[in-house]
Design a protein around this ligand. Structure first.
Ligand code: PEP
Ligand code: MN
Length: 354
């Protein structure tokens, strides 16, 4: 974990499903340089009932086979004292607290009591909601029970906004965590941040550029047939390619100045992502308005509404410190694009009538 030039890699399926799936995936992962720990969910927290909820403790025996056949260390999510007890009976090396558990201090405390005196490393995912204090609170609870091999896992946060990501990374959160607890290693979980496989390499690289300590990435020998999180799992082969493609920049010669700059750039990237999400959401609504106007034979340009928007937005923007000239330009561009979209909708309608 302390070797900054070699990120610590945890990989394995979202869920253990069958003995064959677990063993096959583990043997393939064993061939991927850098993978140290095999992860698999045994008990799965699902948002709604009647979905696959994990195979339960029989899966722990499959994991023991993984360890004896591949030598990989094992990591399992624990969400109750019983889970901890079962894992200890089955030689699981590392535990993690999931995002849905960390939101609840009662649950964290209960698990913590079961971990008293246990020397295995404990990984603590961020809570689902973007609350740094709740994340730090869970870390403090586990630390207070005497666990001193702690690792944080950044898996992104729930947002109401439309987003490219399943759980937007909000990188300022792990950066703030690093500042609050400087020696705590942080792994990044690009799988749960992305929700789809195509964004995973980009997030993994970003994690390295921000000097995070490692990655937890979901992998499956046949992702398409996975019983949970099928869209975000990659094959061990793909993981190998991803890791080979990572650029690990030399950290030793980075000055504080560069670190600060990287932090500002991250914030700008984040804000630009949000700007794009918001613009796209606005244009989605424009599309709906266009369809509504078309159905009700209302004209596109409604001058009263447009004058209201200009006056109202400029006033608000100026109050927030933006210049009037800039606001006028941005609002005009948005307006032109909105009109273009609505005109396109009307034209499609006309063509259909012809
Ligand atoms: C998982 O790692 O499979 C999982 C359920 O993650 P999270 O707690 O981050 O949603
Ligand atoms: Mn998962």
């Amino acid at each position: 974990m302390n070797d900054i030039n070699h990120p610590f890699i945890v990989s394995g399926p979202c869920s253990a499903e069958t003995e064959n799936q677990v063993l096959q995936t583990a043997h393939e992962l064993k061939k991927v340089a850098g993978v140290k720990v095999f992860r698999a969910g045994i008990w799965k927290p699902r948002t709604r009932p009647n979905y696959f909820e994990g195979v339960g403790k029989k899966g722990l025996k499959w994991l023991q086979r993984v360890k004896s056949e591949t030598g990989l260390k094992l990591a399992v999510e624990v969400a109750s004292p019983q889970h901890v007890e079962e894992c200890l009976k089955h030689d699981i090396d590392m535990f993690w607290l999931g995002a849905r558990t960390v939101v609840n201090p009662f649950s964290v405390q209960e698990i913590t009591e079961a971990l008293r005196g246990v020397s295995n490393p404990i990984m603590i995912k961020n809570p689902v909601n973007p609350d740094l204090k709740l994340w730090i609170g869970a870390i403090e609870r586990v630390y207070a029970a005497g666990a001193n091999k702690l690792i944080a896992i950044h898996r992104g946060f729930y947002t109401l906004n439309k987003s490219l990501f399943r759980n937007p990374p909000m990188w300022e959160m792990p950066i703030e965590l690093k500042r609050a607890i400087p020696n705590l290693p942080i792994l990044v979980d690009p799988s749960h941040i992305a929700g789809t496989t195509n964004l995973i390499p980009h997030i993994a690289q970003k994690a390295m550029d921000l000097e995070m300590d490692g990655l937890m990435i979901e992998s499956h020998h046949r992702p398409d047939s996975a019983l949970s999180d099928a869209e975000q799992q990659i094959t061990p082969n793909q993981l190998g390619e991803l890791l080979d493609g990572l650029v690990i920049r030399d950290r030793s010669d980075r000055s504080d100045f560069q670190d600060k700059l990287a932090e500002f750039r991250t914030q700008i990237d984040e804000i630009d992502d949000e700007l794009l999400d918001i613009l796209s959401k606005r244009m989605d609504i424009v599309n709906e308005i266009g369809a509504y106007k078309k159905d009700n034979k209302i004209t596109i340009l409604q001058l009263k509404r447009w004058s209201y928007i200009i006056e109202n937005r400029i006033k608000k923007g100026v109050d927030q410190g933006l210049s009037k000239e800039f606001l006028v330009k941005v609002l005009k561009l948005i307006h032109i694009e909105s009109m273009r979209i609505q005109t396109e909708i009307m034209n499609i309608h006309k063509q259909n009538e012809e």
